[in-house]
Design a protein around this ligand. Structure first.
Ligand SMILES: *[C@@H]1O[C@H](CO)[C@@H](O)[C@H](O)[C@H]1NC(C)=O
Ligand SMILES: *[C@@H]1O[C@H](CO)[C@@H](O)[C@H](O)[C@H]1NC(C)=O
Ligand SMILES: *[C@@H]1O[C@H](CO)[C@@H](O)[C@H](O)[C@H]1NC(C)=O
Ligand SMILES: *[C@@H]1O[C@H](CO)[C@@H](O)[C@H](O)[C@H]1NC(C)=O
Ligand SMILES: *[C@@H]1O[C@H](CO)[C@@H](O)[C@H](O)[C@H]1NC(C)=O
Length: 416
C-alpha cells in the first residue's frame, strides 16, 4: 500500500498568509506584551482545548491522552467553512466565533505560523492535517482550495474499500506525518459510510529546554503512575517560574524552551494520585489564575525521561460540546463544500494522533550541563502523574495539552 506523503504545512501556510485574510482592511489589535498569558488565553485554542481535554478524561478510561488544540481548531475551522445552516452555527459556537470569523481565523493562522517558525529552534515538530472523503460527491473547487492553501489541509479521497484498508491507510498517513513515529492504534473499528468526511491530524513534538537536564540512563527510579514502572529521571536546579497552590494541592511550573519561542507548563499534584481530581479543575479561569501567579523561585527539578503516544477519535466529545448535526447523514448541511452533498456528506470521524517526548537536551549543541547555585530550592519531583501544556510564547496559543498518567518503562510490582 502506498503511504500518502504529507505536504509540508509550513509551505502551505506561508502561501495562505499571503492571501487568506488579506481582504480585511484593518488588522485587529495584536497584544504585543512579552508575557501574553492572560490576554491571549481566550484564543479558541484554550477554550476548545480545555473542554476537549476534560471531556476526553471524564470517564477515566483513557490514559496518556494528548491533543493539539491548535491543530484541532484549525481543522475544525477549515471544514466548518464548508457547512451551512445550523451545522455551520454549531461549528461557530464550538470555536467561539460569535460575529467575527475573520478575527478568529487570523489569530489561528498567526499562531500556526508562529509555531512552525519556531520548529528547529525551541523544538522539533512534525505535523500533518488532512480531510479524507469516502465515496463522497465531488467537493467544490473553492472549498478544496481554501482547505489546502488557507488551512494547510490536504484532501485525500478514499475509494470503496474494506474498512480495514481505510484504517490502514489513515494509520500509515499519520505515521508518515509524524516522521515515522510509532502511532497508537484506534480502539474501535472505524464505521465510514459513503459521503463521510474524516478529519485527521498528526503531530510529533520534542522540546529543547533553555537549560539542559542532567541524566544517566542507568539511573532508574520508580514512576508511580496508573501503573508502577521504572524510568530514567533527569535533574536540574535553577530559578524557574513556579506557583504552589496550597488549596488545590498542586505545583505549577513553567519551563522555557530554547530561545523562548515556547514554554511548557507542568501541573503536578503534591501527592501520588490519579489525575481525575486535577482534570476537573482545568477550567480557563483556573488555568489563568495559575499562570498569573507564577513567580521566580529557586527549584530542584526531577522529570521522567519519557515518550507518550496518543490516538483519539473526538466524535463523541465534539458532539457533547454541541457539534451535533455535522455527524448526522440526514441533518448535516455541508452545502458550501458540495452542492450535491445534502443528505449525504457528513463528518464521519475526527482522528488525532500525537506523540510528545520529554528528553534532557537543551537547544544548544555544546550544552554543558551546569546546575545554577540556588539556595534552599523548592523540590519538584515528578515521579507521579502530571499534566503538560505547551504554549506558543508570542501568540499565547495552546499547542498541546495532555496527561502523563504512566510511563512505559519496565513494570515494577508494588513493593509494599
Ligand atoms: C451557504 O453559506 C454560504 C456562506 O454563508 C452562502 O454563500 C451560500 O449561499 C450558502 N449555500 C446554501 C446552499 O445555502
Ligand atoms: C520541522 O522541521 C523538520 C526538520 O527541520 C522538518 O522535517 C519538518 O517538516 C518541520 N515541521 C513542519 C511542521 O514544518
Ligand atoms: C517569551 O518571549 C519574551 C519576549 O521575547 C521573553 O521575554 C520571555 O522570557 C519569553 N517567555 C518564556 C517563557 O521564555
Ligand atoms: C512573587 O514573589 C515576591 C516575593 O516573594 C512577591 O513580593 C510577589 O508578590 C510575588 N508575585 C506574585 C505574582 O505572586
Ligand atoms: C439525524 O437527524 C434527523 C433529522 O433531524 C433526526 O430525526 C435523527 O434522529 C438524527 N439521527 C441521529 C442519530 O441523531
Amino acid at each position: 500500500m502506498l503511504p500518502i506523503s504529507p505536504v509540508p504545512l509550513l509551505f502551505l501556510l506561508l502561501l495562505a498568509l499571503q492571501s487568506v485574510w488579506s481582504s480585511t482592511p484593518q488588522e485587529p489589535k495584536v497584544q504585543d506584551s512579552p508575557q501574553p498569558e492572560i490576554s491571549s488565553l481566550h484564543l479558541p485554542t484554550w477554550s476548545l482545548g480545555l473542554q476537549l481535554y476534560r471531556s476526553l478524561r471524564t470517564d477515566g478510561s483513557k490514559t496518556n491522552t494528548f491533543i493539539s488544540p491548535l491543530l484541532l481548531a484549525n481543522s475544525l475551522l477549515a471544514v466548518g467553512g464548508g457547512a451551512n445552516g445550523s451545522t455551520a452555527g454549531q461549528f461557530h459556537d464550538l470555536l467561539r466565533i460569535t460575529k467575527n470569523e475573520k478575527a478568529v481565523g487570523e489569530a489561528l493562522t498567526r499562531a500556526l505560523k508562529s509555531v512552525f517558525e519556531a520548529n528547529g529552534t525551541s523544538y522539533t515538530l512534525h505535523s500533518s492535517s488532512a480531510l479524507f472523503s469516502k465515496q463522497a460527491p465531488e467537493l467544490e473547487k473553492s472549498f478544496l482550495e481554501k482547505l489546502q492553501t488557507h488551512f494547510g489541509l490536504q484532501h485525500v479521497a478514499l475509494e470503496d474499500a474494506q474498512k480495514q484498508t481505510d484504517m490502514e491507510k489513515l494509520q500509515s498517513w499519520a505515521k508518515s506525518g509524524m516522521d515515522g513515529e510509532e502511532t497508537a492504534a484506534l480502539e474501535q473499528a472505524l464505521e465510514t459510510k459513503p459521503g463521510a468526511m474524516i478529519l485527521a491530524s498528526a503531530l510529533h513534538f520534542k522540546g529543547f529546554w533553555d537549560r539542559g537536564f542532567y541524566h544517566e540512563n542507568q539511573d532508574l527510579r520508580s514512576f508511580l503512575g496508573t501503573k508502577y514502572t521504572k524510568v530514567p529521571m533527569m535533574h536540574r536546579s535553577g530559578v524557574y517560574r513556579h506557583y504552589e497552590d496550597m488549596e488545590n494541592m498542586v505545583q505549577v511550573l513553567e519551563l522555557g524552551l530554547w530561545e523562548g519561542k515556547a514554554s511548557m507548563v507542568l501541573l503536578l499534584p503534591f501527592h501520588v494520585e490519579r489525575l481525575a481530581r486535577l482534570d476537573r479543575l482545568l477550567t480557563l479561569d483556573q488555568v489563568e489564575k495559575w499562570l498569573g501567579k507564577l513567580n521566580s523561585t529557586s527549584m530542584a527539578l526531577s522529570l521522567p525521561r519519557a515518550k507518550m503516544s496518543s490516538m483519539v477519535n473526538l466524535q463523541k466529545q465534539l458532539a457533547t460540546l454541541g457539534l451535533v448535526d455535522a455527524w448526522n447523514e440526514t441533518s448535516a448541511d455541508f452545502s458550501s463544500a458540495s452542492s450535491m452533498g445534502r443528505g449525504k456528506l457528513h463528518l464521519g470521524a475526527m482522528l488525532h494522533w500525537t506523540s510528545l517526548e520529554l528528553a534532557p537536551e537543551s537547544g544548544s549543541i555544546d550544552d554543558m550541563h551546569e546546575d545554577e547555585e540556588v539556595e534552599k530550592p523548592k523540590i519538584f519531583y515528578a515521579d507521579h502523574s502530571f499534566i503538560i501544556l505547551v504554549r506558543d510564547n508570542s501568540t499565547g496559543a495552546l499547542l498541546m495539552i495532555g496527561a502523563l498518567d504512566h510511563t512505559d518503562g519496565p513494570a515494577i510490582h508494588d513493593e509494599l
